[in-house]
Ligand binder design. Structure first.
Ligand code: GLN
Length: 473
C-alpha cells in the first residue's frame, strides 16, 4: 500500500490494518507527515508539527503490536489537536499573539484520555483567534485553505483541524464547538463533525471562550470513527464540575424514525443549494420509511442574537486573565494600568477586541437587564421549544450551514455576514443538545453537510442515523 492510501483510511480501517500487520504505526505516521510536508505550505492547517515525538510514539506502539499486546482501537492513530487544547510541554497559542510564547503546563483531560489509548499526537492546528470566527481567517498567524478548493475557507473556528483530516495530514482531529466550530468546518471540508451534549466531554484544559457553550469533539471521515473518538474522550471528570455521565437508550430504526425539519430551513438566508440538499435528504429518509414532521421553531429566529449576546458576555469575562501578569506576553510600560492596556491592545486581534467590548457593554450596569438578562430568558424559551419538539420527533434535521464554503476574504470585513454562517448551528449550543454534521454530497467540488440534532446524550443514535446519510449521492 503506498503512503497516500494509508492517509485515506478511516480510523477503523487503519486500526485493522495495524493489527493485521499490513503496515506499521510508523509507516502510517510517516504517511501523514509526508502529506504535511507536501501540502501544508499551501494549506496552512498546522501551527506546529511534532515530527520526532510522533515517530517515537509510533515506534512504541509498533513494539507493543509486535509483542501481540491487546491495544485500544486508537493505538497508533495519528490525531491532530486544535491549538486551544493543552498538551503538556507544547506551545498552545489559541492562534493569538498574546499567547505566542505560552507553553502548556499540563495535559487537557481529553489529551490524557487519548494518550492512554495510544493515539499519536501529530501536531496543533490553526483556528480563529480564541475560537472566535467561522473561517479561520481570524488567526494571528496564518490563513488556512479548504483542501477541496484552495481559494475558499475551510470554515471555522476549527478550520485547521478540518483541513488536516480532509487533506490526509491526520486520520482524525479534535476541535472545539461554541457555536458551530466543529460542525461548520466539518461541513465545508466533507467530514463528520460532532458537538457532544454539553457536559459529555470534560473542558479541563480547553482554553475557555464561552464556558456555558464550549464543548470538545471529533472531526473524522466517518460516523463510525466519530463514535470511536467520542467514546474515548467522554465521561465525568472531577476537574470539570459541569461534566457528567448521561444515558440515552432509545434505539429507533431508520424506517420508524420521526424526523423534524424546521420551516426556517427553507426560508430567508438559506441558499438554493442547501434547500435542494435538504430536500434530497428528506426524500432519502422518506424512501427508508421515516416520517417527516414540519416544525415551527420560532425560537430559531432569535438564536443568533441570543448567542452573540451571551457568548460575548462570557468571553469578556474569560479573557480577563490575559493581562500580561496572570497569562499573556506582557508589554513593558511605566505603570500597571499602562501594562494592562498595552498588553491587551497589542496582543489581541480585531475580532477578539470587538467581542470583549460587546460583552463588557452588555454586562455593564444599566445595560445588563436589557441585553444579558433578556438573552438568558430567550435562551430558556428556545431550550423549552427544542425539548418540546424532541418529544414529538426523534431528531431534528437542518442543513449545517446556510450556504457553501465561501471565498477567502469575502466576509472578513463584514462581521454580521460572518456571524450569519452560524445561523443553524448555535441553537445546539444554546440548548446543550448534541448535534452532528454529516457529509451528504457535493455541489461541484464543494462538500455539503446536513445537521442532526437529538436529545441529550443521544450521540451514538445520531451517529448511527448519520452513517446512513454519508455521501448520499
Ligand atoms: N462562529 C462562531 C463564533 O464566532 C462559533 C465559534 C465557535 O464555535 N468556537 O462565535
Amino acid at each position: 500500500m503506498d503512503n497516500r492510501d494509508l492517509t485515506q483510511l478511516s480510523i477503523i480501517e487503519a486500526s485493522q490494518g495495524l493489527r493485521a500487520g499490513d503496515f506499521s504505526a510508523r509507516q502510517l505516521t510517516e504517511a501523514c507527515l509526508g502529506n504535511i510536508n507536501q501540502k501544508d505550505q499551501e494549506l496552512g492547517s498546522f501551527l506546529s508539527v511534532f515530527k520526532d515525538e510522533a515517530l517515537d510514539q509510533a515506534q512504541l506502539i509498533d513494539r507493543s503490536l509486535s509483542s501481540r499486546k491487546e491495544l485500544p482501537p486508537l493505538a497508533g492513530i495519528p490525531i491532530a489537536i486544535k491549538d486551544n487544547i493543552l498538551i503538556h510541554g507544547h506551545r498552545c497559542s489559541s492562534a493569538s499573539n498574546i499567547l505566542k510564547k505560552y507553553s502548556a503546563a499540563y495535559d487537557a483531560t481529553v489529551i490524557q484520555k487519548l494518550r492512554q489509548q495510544g493515539a499519536i499526537f501529530i501536531g496543533k492546528t490553526n483556528l480563529d483567534e480564541f475560537a472566535m470566527g467561522s473561517s479561520t481567517e481570524n488567526s494571528a498567524f496564518q490563513v488556512t485553505h479548504n483542501p477541496h478548493d484552495l481559494e475558499r475557507v475551510p470554515g471555522g473556528s476549527s478550520g485547521g483541524s478540518a483541513a488536516a483530516v480532509a487533506a490526509g495530514e491526520a486520520l482524525a482531529a479534535l476541535g472545539s464547538d461554541t457555536g458551530g466550530s466543529i460542525r461548520q468546518p466539518a461541513a465545508f471540508c466533507g467530514l463528520v463533525g460532532l458537538k457532544p451534549t454539553y457536559g459529555a466531554v470534560s473542558r479541563y484544559g480547553l482554553m475557555a471562550f464561552a464556558s456555558s457553550f464550549d464543548q470538545i469533539g471529533p472531526l473524522t471521515k466517518t460516523s463510525q470513527d466519530s463514535r470511536l473518538v467520542f467514546r474515548s474522550i467522554r465521561g465525568q471528570d472531577p476537574m470539570d464540575l459541569t461534566s457528567r455521565e448521561g444515558y440515552f437508550n432509545k434505539k429507533t430504526e431508520i424506517s420508524k424514525l420521526r424526523v423534524g425539519v424546521p420551516e426556517q430551513c427553507f426560508g430567508e438566508g438559506i441558499s438554493s443549494e442547501m434547500v435542494k440538499w435538504t430536500e434530497k435528504t428528506i426524500d432519502y429518509l422518506k424512501d427508508q420509511g421515516a416520517r417527516i414532521v414540519s416544525l415551527d421553531l420560532s425560537g430559531l429566529d432569535y438564536s443568533l442574537p441570543v448567542y452573540y449576546v451571551v457568548a460575548t458576555a462570557e468571553a469578556s469575562a474569560n479573557l480577563a486573565r490575559y493581562d500580561g501578569l496572570r497569562y499573556g506576553e506582557a508589554e513593558t510600560a511605566k505603570s500597571l494600568q499602562e501594562t494592562y492596556a498595552r498588553t491587551r491592545s497589542q496582543g489581541f486581534g480585531m475580532e477578539v477586541k470587538r467581542r470583549i467590548m460587546l460583552g463588557s457593554y452588555t454586562l455593564s450596569a444599566g445595560h445588563y437587564d436589557a441585553y444579558y438578562q433578556q438573552a438568558q430568558k430567550a435562551r430558556k424559551v428556545i431550550e423549552a421549544e427544542f425539548q418540546k419538539a424532541l418529544v414529538e420527533v426523534d431528531l431534528i434535521l437542518t442543513p449545517t450551514t446556510p450556504g457553501l464554503p465561501f471565498k477567502i476574504g469575502d466576509r472578513i470585513d463584514n462581521p454580521v455576514e460572518m456571524y450569519l454562517s452560524d445561523l443553524l448551528t448555535v441553537s445546539a449550543n444554546l440548548t446543550g443538545l448534541p448535534a452532528v454534521s454529516i457529509p451528504v454530497g457535493r455541489e461541484g467540488k464543494l462538500p455539503v453537510g446536513m445537521q442532526l440534532i437529538g436529545p441529550s446524550f443521544s450521540e451514538d443514535f445520531l451517529l448511527q442515523i448519520g452513517s446512513h446519510l454519508e455521501w448520499l449521492s
